[in-house]
Design a binder for this molecule. Structure first.
Ligand SMILES: NC(=O)c1ccc[n+]([C@@H]2O[C@H](COP(=O)([O-])OP(=O)(O)OC[C@H]3O[C@@H](n4cnc5c(N)ncnc54)[C@H](OP(=O)(O)O)[C@@H]3O)[C@@H](O)[C@H]2O)c1
Length: 257
């Protein structure tokens, strides 16, 4: 059943899956969608204000750069003081990067470090900053991490792609999600794989790995709005018992670790 009248916070709302999730949740009535963006004056960020919305729904833009360690706490401070937000029902840690290099041999520690900054440390500080507002939710609060099948050791061991820095980061963020689920019994925590989705991330990846173009073109990529509809369906239906699951949003099935 479609949920309405909830307060959502989504990181990486400027483009791709984050933008599509923002648009979808605004198209339901009585939602407040907090769109967290790295650059608040960017054209992509400003364009979010023009998204159509159903009656009673509104958007709040906040600045949140995942590599700035204090940004998540500063954003929550602004939400409380300037926007009178007293709780959040669903946080979606969506912002991410994939700058992985073609092989293990070519990967530098710095390449992994920069990816961890955004894909792992940012969700960690986001969780810490939003924890109290989630706990104040009158419904069942949810902390959702947009992970990837690239973080599944089962998948990595069979995959032709190296994707090292990205896989390291998504495996690590899966550990983060599992620990949050273990320690916070009142916050339903999900790790979601959105599928292969036609966004800038995938297009840029193909540009950087031309030898994989053919291989990737054979895989059926999802349209971004189809992927966000799948993600929201899983979030809507998630129960407390689902906490700690690593789910393929397309099928709703668990992904092997
Ligand atoms: N597309 C896929 O096939 C696929 C598959 C599996 C998992 N995922 C995951 O899905 C999530 C969204 O990916 P996408 O495909 O929508 O990627 P995308 O189109 O490249 O968008 C990435 C988003 O992350 C934001 N971001 C990047 N660095 C940031 C930072 N330092 N602080 C805050 N925000 C930052 C970007 O903001 P700016 O606009 O400011 O750069 C943008 O909004 C990621 O976690 C990704 O790993 C995607």
């Amino acid at each position: 059943m479609a949920r309405e009248g909830l307060i959502y916070l989504i990181t990486g709302a400027s483009r791709g899956i984050g933008r599509s999730l923002t648009a979808l949740l605004l198209s339901r009535p009585n939602n407040t969608v907090i769109a967290a963006v790295r650059k608040i004056d960017d054209d992509n960020a400003k364009a979010l204000n023009a998204l159509p919305r159903e009656s009673g729904s509104k958007i709040i833009l906040v600045k949140l750069d995942g590599v700035v360690e204090s940004d998540a706490h500063a954003a929550v401070d602004t939400l409380i003081k300037a926007h009178h937000i007293e709780h959040i029902d669903v946080v979606i840690a969506n912002a991410g990067v994939n700058d992985s290099l073609p092989s293990v041999n070519e990967t530098t520690p710095d390449n992994i470090r920069r990816t961890l900054d955004i894909n792992v440390y940012a969700p960690l500080t986001l969780f810490q900053a939003t924890r109290s507002l989630l706990k104040a939710s009158p419904s069942v609060p949810k902390f959702v991490i947009i992970s990837s099948i690239a973080g599944s050791l089962d998948y990595i061991s069979k995959s032709p792609l190296s994707n090292l820095s990205y896989s390291v980061s998504k495996a690590a963020v899966n550990v983060l999600g599992v620990r949050i689920a273990a320690e916070e019994s009142d916050i339903t925590t999900l790790l979601l794989h959105p599928g292969l989705v036609e966004t800038d991330m995938v297009h840029e990846f193909i540009e950087r790995h031309p030898s994989l173009k053919l291989e990737l073109s054979k895989m059926d990529a999802l349209k971004v709005d189809d992927s966000s509809a799948n993600i929201v369906k899983v979030i809507d239906g998630a129960k407390k018992d689902d906490s700690g699951r690593f789910v393929d949003a397309t099928t709703g099935e668990n992904i092997p670790w």
